[in-house]
Design a protein around this ligand. Sequence first.
Ligand code: FAD
Length: 387
Amino acid sequence: MANHKEEMILECEVVVVGGGVMGSSAAHYLAEYGRDTVLIDQFPLPHTRGSSGGHTRITRLANYGDPALTAIMKESFDRWLQLERQSGVNLFRPAPLLAVGSVSSGNTGHELDNVMASIHASGSTPEALDVASANRRFRTSFPSNYRAVVDPSAGVLMADKCLKTLQSLFVSNGGRVLDGWPVTSISPGDTVELRGPKGRVRAKAAVICPGPWAGPLLGGLGVQVPVRAEKIGVYYWKLRDPKTPAFTFIDLSSPENHFYALPDYEYPGYMKLCYHAGLRTDPDERDKVDMSTVQRKAEEYVKRFFPCLEPKPSVVESCMYTITPDNNFVLDRHPQHHNLVFGAGFSGTGFKIAPACGEALAKMAMGSQPQLDFSSFSLDRFYRSKL
Ligand SMILES: Cc1cc2nc3c(=O)[nH]c(=O)nc-3n(C[C@H](O)[C@H](O)[C@H](O)COP(=O)(O)OP(=O)(O)OC[C@H]3O[C@@H](n4cnc5c(N)ncnc54)[C@H](O)[C@@H]3O)c2cc1C
């Protein structure tokens, strides 16, 4: 057993907790800005236990109706392409996005108008399709009360390569990685001290991006971020129509039908199609949750609308969402200790915006203002008086 004298103590300018895409992005920009930075993760990296594991994520330029995200989406899209050029690794593969919505009693289909307007605003030209044309082109079978729009700017981020690239650039800029190093407590102050079973890390500032573990870790600092962790079923379906094109997909017709899909860039010959919600779980005990209801829902959906796929998934994996009450993330400073900054609650949409969020967290940890406006994502929105 190590005695007190042998305890590891590491000093640095900024420490980042969380080696998922948010923490890795923040760490990358801190090192690029010349800060002596340590990136910590509780598990050996890479791992698939948080939210950033797996090979693919959808990205796009347009915000699909949330104006607070307009500049963040654009900035992130550009930064991913810049990271691709900087590293020489192919991080982005184009794949037009088919968005569908339905017109029925109680549903005007206005969500597709928002999608069209935001694609225009992002500088691309959306393509409105009648449902028969969409079904022909994409090998789907949506009924006649559906509408369809194609977003030509969308595509797929090769997620594992993105993460590896951020971490490699971080290390090549002098960053240090401590993995397999769970942080058990954080003591604020002019010097922030992080403790774990393997020693202590001291820094002038800390960036905390704990993904599904955000509740307990930030709660220990007196920061109550209202988040819940959900296990998401990730399903891969064998393509039975070889003429199915490569496309990304979302169904905006109703929360019950909120499915999304990605082309077979991960498992050749198998499309990825998942439901945009899961079941609440403790991230350390996620496989105790029975996901059969979610899988059945996905099978029914595929049977109804995706005749190009076999009706049962061939490969089943899982991932974690971290969800806030308004489904938007939190990016903020600790109310008393401004050298502690955090990002959490990125749910099922955070990967694409990690470069802009990470850069903003890096700037905040350095004591500067982020270039973009993140005020809509502050923590106090959950605690403001509604009077
Ligand atoms: C199935 C699925 C599909 C998705 N699809 C898309 C998509 O198409 N497009 C898109 O933009 N986004 C998508 N997302 C969302 C996106 O992947 C997440 O928003 C993003 O990965 C969140 O990253 P994060 O860094 O916040 O969290 P994580 O990746 O979970 O990282 C948090 C890290 O913190 C570490 N940690 C936590 N506590 C401690 C501690 N005490 N000590 C040390 N380390 C600690 C964890 O080990 C973990 O590595 C999807 C997510 C899932 C699950």
